[in-house]
Design a protein around this ligand. Structure first.
Ligand SMILES: O=C(O)CCC(=O)C(=O)O
Length: 278
């Protein structure tokens, strides 16, 4: 496939690290629209069928003091055509600026398969280091995220961390995450000698990363800065199997049947074959 978007150095960075920040892809007006539409959806707290309220766990903050109890992430907003977030998420998931970048990174046509929105208010826990293809279970190859910064994101408000040079790693069986720091339960330890690095992003930047890269986010320790993000996942057209939680849509909106991956996964035969949604 011809290179049409990425420079040689961007391509080399993605090939080495498995992640790449494309700066200023979305305008301030677009980000304002995304932010205000999701904030309006969340104004009365969790929305049944859309919000993913963290489960009570030993060591996690009490519901009454957990900012994520009021502002949990929203899963698959693009499937909610009856709410303003639905058409908005569907439109950006199929945005014409994302497709050629994804096509170049996959070296083939991308299919969209998931959307999420993270509010991450001040005081919220982060998401411990993990690999996305543990959840999406794409085979062969891997998935790709397009992570849209809806606020400036850095070390103070729970920015994104990536472990360089993990683009080609196998999917590991995770350890248990610290519930006081992470609202998810998985932790993947970086290989010896490799350290997570914080990305500094501006609202409107888009991070692309593949499903093997070890990444996560820190707690939001700021006093008053939300760290919102609109996140999409894609699979290459040649995908044969993936988790039953997802369905593939081409950029023209057509649905494509992909078989369910029923293998035991990296934790062995005892792992629930239907690993939870990302
Ligand atoms: O936005 C975050 O805090 C974490 C998101 C993430 O790790 C992911 O989408 O895979």
């Amino acid at each position: 496939m011809n290179r049409i978007i990425l420079s040689d150095s961007q391509r080399a960075q993605f090939d080495r690290d498995g992640f790449l920040a494309m700066r200023g892809l979305f305008s301030a007006d677009e980000i304002h629209d995304i932010r205000s539409t999701f904030m309006a959806a969340a104004k009365d707290g969790p929305v049944p069928g859309l919000s993913d309220v963290p489960k009570a766990r030993e060591g996690a903050p009490a519901v009454s003091s957990d900012p994520l109890s009021f502002y949990p992430r929203m899963l698959s907003p693009h499937k909610h055509a009856d709410k303003p977030v639905g058409p908005l998420a569907m439109r950006y998931m199929h945005d014409a600026r994302l497709r050629p970048i994804l096509a170049e990174l996959f070296a083939e046509e991308p299919f969209a398969c998931s959307s999420m929105f993270y509010f991450k208010p001040p005081g919220a826990r982060g998401q411990d280091l993990h690999q996305d293809n543990f959840y999406l279970r794409v085979k062969p190859g891997t998935c790709m995220a397009a992570w849209v910064a809806v606020d400036d994101a850095d070390e103070d408000n729970g920015g994104m961390m990536f472990v360089p040079q993990t683009a080609g790693l196998d999917i590991a069986c995770p350890e248990m995450a610290d519930p006081s720091l992470s609202f998810t339960t998985e932790h993947v330890e970086p290989p010896p000698g490799l350290q997570p690095q914080m990305m500094r992003l501006k609202a409107g930047d888009v991070l692309f990363f593949n499903g093997s890269v070890i990444h996560g986010s820190t707690p939001n320790t700021s006093a008053d800065r939300f760290r919102r993000s609109l996140i999409f996942h894609y699979v290459p057209k040649s995908t044969v199997e993936m988790s039953h939680y997802y369905e593939a849509l081409s950029f023209d909106g057509a649905k494509h049947e992909i078989a369910v991956n029923m293998e035991g996964g990296p934790c062995g035969a005892t792992q629930d074959v239907l690993t939870g949604q990302h």
